[in-house]
Design a protein around this ligand. Sequence first.
Ligand SMILES: [Zn+2]
Ligand SMILES: [Zn+2]
Length: 275
Amino acid sequence: MAEWEFTITGCGTSHGSPMWGRPDWWSSDPRDRRRRSGAFLRGPQGQVLLFDCGPDLAHQMTDPYLDWDGLAYPSRCVTRCDGVLLTHDHADHCHGINDLRHLNRLMRGDGIAIHGEQGHLDQLRAMFPYCFGAGEDTYAMSKPTLRTVALRDGVTTIIAGMPVTPFAMSHGLAGRTTGFRCGGMAYCTDVKVLPETAEPHLRGLDLLALGVLRDELHPTHQNWDEAQAVISRLRPRRTVMIHMGPEVRYAAWEPRLRPDLALAVDGWTTRFEAA
Ligand SMILES: [Zn+2]
Ligand SMILES: [Zn+2]
C-alpha cells in the first residue's frame, strides 16, 4: 500500500481571512489567516492532483506549506499537476484557472485534465472558453492548455495512480457539489447535507476533510453542530475541518478539538494510505 501526502493550501471561504472592511473580525493570530479553498494530493512518484483551482492558486503553488521566508527561492513550490478534481463551479473554487498555465509551462506544455461532474465542467467551459482552445495564443503558453473529463457519480477511475470515486453532495440552495473518495481519504468541502447515496463512499476512512463554516447556521454550508453529527455517523479515524469563515477563531475552537479532530490551517499536511 502506497502512502500519499494530503496538503491543505487554503482553508478559508470565498472571502478568505482577514475579510477586508470587517475590522471587528480581525485576528492577530496567524492561524486565522486563511487563503481561499484549495488542497492537493502528492503520490509516491511525485504526481500531484489538485482539489479545485481557486483564486489564490498562484500563492498556494508558490508557498503550499506557508513556510517560505520570502528571502530565498521558494523551493517547496509545486511544479507539476497530473489532474484537477473539481468540486463545483463557484468562483472561490475555480477562478484561479488561468494560473494553471504556469503548471503547463513547468511541465513543458503538457495539457492538464480537469475531472468533475458534467454540469460543472460545462459551466467552466462557458466561463473560460479561452482555457479550452478558443481564441488565439498570442505567445507560447499565454493561456492554459486544459481539457475536461466528466466523471460519473459512484464510478471509480484511476487518476495519476489514485483510485478516485466522485459522489454528489448538497450545497443547499447553491445546488450540488462533488465529494471525492481518494484511497483512504475523502475531500468534502462546500456541503450542507450529505445525501444517503454519499455515505457508502465514506465508510472506513482514515482521513476526512470536511467543510465547516462557523457556529451559526448557514443556508449553503454546515455549521459546527451539523458537521459533528456527520462525523459521529461516519466515524472516520481522523477528521480535519476546512472551509472556515473569516469569523472563526482558531483559539476559540481549539478547546473543542480531540485527538481525532483537527482544525486546518493553511499548509496543514499529513500522509495516508492510498488503498
Ligand atoms: Zn467554497
Ligand atoms: Zn460553493
